[in-house]
Design a protein around this ligand. Structure first.
Ligand SMILES: Cc1cc2nc3c(=O)[nH]c(=O)nc-3n(C[C@H](O)[C@H](O)[C@H](O)COP(=O)(O)O)c2cc1C
Length: 398
């Protein structure tokens, strides 16, 4: 699975993996892909430095990247306490009532109230960058809009490429104007924050909008056949997030959550504002149902919702309140039905990719697709026109 971009990045497969877990990111890089560690959940700079030290020791010198969530617009001087003060008391009551309905105990005295998604705050994201630039990160990805110009410059001076996620061709064009090197076209099927356009439609739109910048297809990719589809749509690689959640290296908070993911079908996710205030695809649970219920108060906008529900999510995870227990995950969860090592997943992806390429070779003759149907032969013209094998073979061969 080699493309111009994978050669430029010095990786074997044009396979980029987003994950919040250092052990998964390192294993993706070791397996010949490009592991990208999500930084949004790190609060203390020391914790991020500790995990980047660990990555350095466990990536065998292979390249890896970091994903931050940095808003393009600055909320000057706004602190976490200011944001907390904006949360209406009725919403706080709703959280407590919902937890009480499912018998979720309170945290014990001194328990960390933990899992606050504060990495979206610019001050936190910038602290993370200060740490990251002490390490040889080769890619800096940004989730919320184009990264600020000074961050792009700093990354380039550091020798890192900059990527940004886009849910529409318009977003992608803005990223290109901001000087990013790679655009991740992330479709509606994806886990986490998503737009409303499916990967199949979005990828070629983004490829056209940012040409000649390389594009990674993301959202709903969990097999080598789907990787081949992404490359056929013009992407120079793929970016996967959900699939790694059920790998042996993933450190999910509980076995119960892994079991829920393994049991879930592709229709068991929902795009809901329950987690952060912006639409994010996640497992559908009693928690998302409560927030999406028109009879309830409804989610607050980002960043208020994330702060409002932080302690509740910690309690739900700690006490394994099954009906409420969830995680961001995409529709590909329906294909995640066993726990395997990252290496086994990558092997499976490369085998599936080979199968897909073989299948396409069988529909298009190696001469370049000039076969003419005789009158009366079956088949559609579209099959003959869709000729990804016209592309140079060295670009698509694993
Ligand atoms: C558990 C989880 C957390 C995510 N968190 C982030 C994040 O912090 N930053 C980000 O850029 N993308 C995040 N994403 C989105 C991924 O980067 C990726 O675009 C997406 O997972 C691709 O679609 P897929 O889930 O169908 O593979 C997250 C995805 C998942 C599943």
């Amino acid at each position: 699975m080699r493309t111009e971009l994978s050669s430029r990045m010095g990786i074997e497969h044009a396979l980029f993996g987003f994950t919040p877990f250092p052990a998964v990111a390192a294993a993706i890089s070791r397996a010949g892909g490009f592991g990208v560690l999500g930084a949004v959940r790190y609060r203390a700079p020391g914790d991020l430095a500790r995990d980047l030290d660990w990555m350095e020791e466990h990536t065998d010198g292979r390249p890896y990247g970091l994903d931050v969530v940095m808003p393009a617009r600055r909320a000057e001087g706004v602190t976490e306490a200011d944001v907390e003060a904006m949360i209406p008391p009725g919403h706080r009551r709703f959280v407590q009532e919902t937890l009480a309905r499912y018998g979720v105990p309170a945290l014990a005295e001194g328990d960390p109230s933990g899992w606050r998604i504060t990495g979206w705050m610019e001050e936190v994201a910038r602290t993370q960058l200060d740490v990251a630039f002490d390490y040889p990160v080769k890619l800096l990805a940004n989730a919320l809009g184009p990264p600020p110009a000074d961050v792009v410059d700093r990354a380039h001076r550091h020798g890192a490429l900059v990527a940004a996620l886009a849910g529409s061709a318009r977003h992608a064009a803005r990223h290109a104007d901001a000087g990013v090197d790679i655009v991740v076209a992330q479709g509606y099927e994806a886990g986490g924050h998503t737009g409303e356009i499916a990967t199949m439609v979005l990828t070629p739109e983004v490829v056209r909008a940012v040409d000649p910048l390389p594009v990674l297809a993301a959202g709903g990719i969990g097999s080598g056949e789907q990787i081949a589809a992404g490359l056929a749509l013009g992407a120079q690689g793929v970016w996967l997030g959900s699939l790694w959640l059920t790998t042996e290296e993933a450190a999910l908070p509980s076995r119960a959550l892994t079991a829920k993911l393994l049991a879930a079908g592709s229709g068991d996710t929902v795009r809901s504002r329950a987690l952060t205030g912006k639409p994010a695809r996640q497992l559908r649970t009693a928690w998302t149902d409560a927030w999406d219920d028109p009879a309830g108060p409804g989610p607050l906008p980002m960043p208020l919702q994330g702060l409002l529900v932080a302690e509740a999510l910690t309690r739900i995870q700690k006490y394994e309140a099954l009906p409420l227990l969830g995680t961001p995950v995409g529709q590909i969860v329906g294909a995640m039905d066993s726990v395997r090592s990252v290496q086994a997943v990558v092997d499976d992806l490369t085998r599936g990719f080979e199968r897909a390429v073989e299948r396409l070779r069988a529909v298009v003759p190696p001469s370049g697709g000039t076969s003419r149907r005789q009158p009366g032969e079956g088949g559609h013209d579209a099959t003959h026109r869709a000729a990804p094998c016209d592309a140079p073979q060295e670009d698509t061969t694993p």
